[in-house]
Design a protein around this ligand. Structure first.
Ligand SMILES: C[S@@+](CC[C@H](N)C(=O)[O-])C[C@H]1O[C@@H](n2cnc3c(N)ncnc32)[C@H](O)[C@@H]1O
Length: 273
């Protein structure tokens, strides 16, 4: 049955996109470790009684926060069945497959976090309003979202490299659901204001992400529009395209490591008392 909202994203994250992220979970957690550290530090700033991780994927951040906070219950929610299926629960980290825009949350969390999982809503105002229902009065929102794609060259290198070979690759509208959906701070602030969050604050976060060079080919074939396109090619064509893509990543490779600058917003907001 087609879901009532976010049908395209639900199809993507329950299809090739979600399966790719599920298979690449260890790589993803290595590459995005600096952002996990940021959210664990944020969660540890003061005592918490319940934490919700939105768009939790395979749950690395949920588990890391749960481990750092001891016995505080932590819940990860994600629309992606393939990812939730491999999210390992711990004593205080639990997972649910659901659309965060419409899930009937109870007001039981005093912290809501997300590592790049809140930019994909068809109706962001409705989604952030629904997330307020999950927050206790005075509860805090601490999420990281990508800044503009021009400030994140690593994420666009593959697409730029294959553009002459694959002109029909899907692109993301700057304001639409997608990785850069909240990159514009004016738009993001309007979304949070209209959904009733207060004390909205943006901080630029510039972090270096890295991974071993030998996992780069696997990473590129599993994630993003190029990864999904590569999966549909025959072996010879895939090898050709991958060679072109890997060459484009040369500037990021040094001493067996791929390292790249990344640019995000840390957005903070409060649910009114
Ligand atoms: C870029 S991934 C990030 C995953 C994870 N937070 C991480 O850092 O590894 C974005 C995640 O948001 C999830 N997502 C997209 N739309 C969603 C929705 N409406 N409700 C819940 N999760 C959603 C996707 O399934 C995906 O797992």
């Amino acid at each position: 049955m087609t879901p009532e909202v976010n049908s395209e994203q639900a199809a993507l994250w329950n299809g090739p996109g979600g399966h790719g992220w599920a298979a690449a979970r260890d790589m993803v957690d290595v590459v995005l470790q600096p952002y996990e550290d940021l959210l664990v530090a944020a969660a540890s700033e003061r005592p918490r009684t319940g934490v919700l991780d939105v768009g939790c994927g395979t749950g690395g951040v949920t588990r890391a926060i749960a481990a750092a906070l001891g016995d505080v219950p932590c819940l990860g929610v994600d629309i992606s069945g393939p990812q939730i299926a491999v999210a390992q629960e711990t004593a205080n980290a639990r997972f649910v497959e659901a659309d965060a825009q419409i899930h009937p949350f109870k007001a039981e969390f005093d912290l809501i976090v997300s590592r790049f999982g809140v930019m994909f809503f068809d109706d962001p105002v409705a989604a952030f309003r629904n997330l307020r229902k999950a927050a206790k009065p005075g509860g805090e929102l601490r999420v990281v979202v990508w800044r503009d794609k021009d400030e994140n060259p690593f994420m666009t290198t593959a697409e730029r490299a294959v553009a002459p070979l694959m002109p029909d690759l899907p692109t993301f509208a700057p304001d639409g659901p997608g990785p850069y959906g909240l990159a514009d701070p004016d738009r993001a602030r309007k979304v949070l204001d209209e959904s009733g969050w207060t004390g909205v604050d943006f901080r630029e976060v510039d972090l270096t992400c890295s991974m071993p060079e030998d996992v780069l080919p696997q990473y590129l074939t599993m994630l993003g529009p190029v990864g999904r396109a590569l999966q549909t090619m025959d072996e010879q064509e895939r090898d050709e395209v991958l060679k072109t893509v890997l060459r484009a990543f040369d500037p990021f490779v040094k001493d067996g490591q791929v390292s790249f600058p990344s640019a995000a917003w840390e957005i903070k907001a409060l649910n009114p008392l």
